[in-house]
Design a protein around this ligand. Structure first.
Ligand code: ZN
Length: 51
């Protein structure tokens, strides 16, 4: 059994879509399904509010 956190950390908090990891040097990625901006931090992914 692998560590489930390794892929759970890549799920969109809003819609549970599997997200691509951010590009090198980037800290956020836009969800392809719900268009949320998700930041991958030490605590796992979190949705950033639209500004
Ligand atoms: Zn989403």
């Amino acid at each position: 059994m692998g560590d489930p956190a390794c892929w759970l950390d890549q799920l969109c908090p809003e819609c549970s879509a599997m997200l691509e990891p951010p590009a090198e040097g980037a800290t956020t990625v836009q969800c392809w399904r719900c268009k949320a901006t998700v930041r991958f931090g030490d605590e796992g992914p979190e949705v950033l509010p639209d500004s």
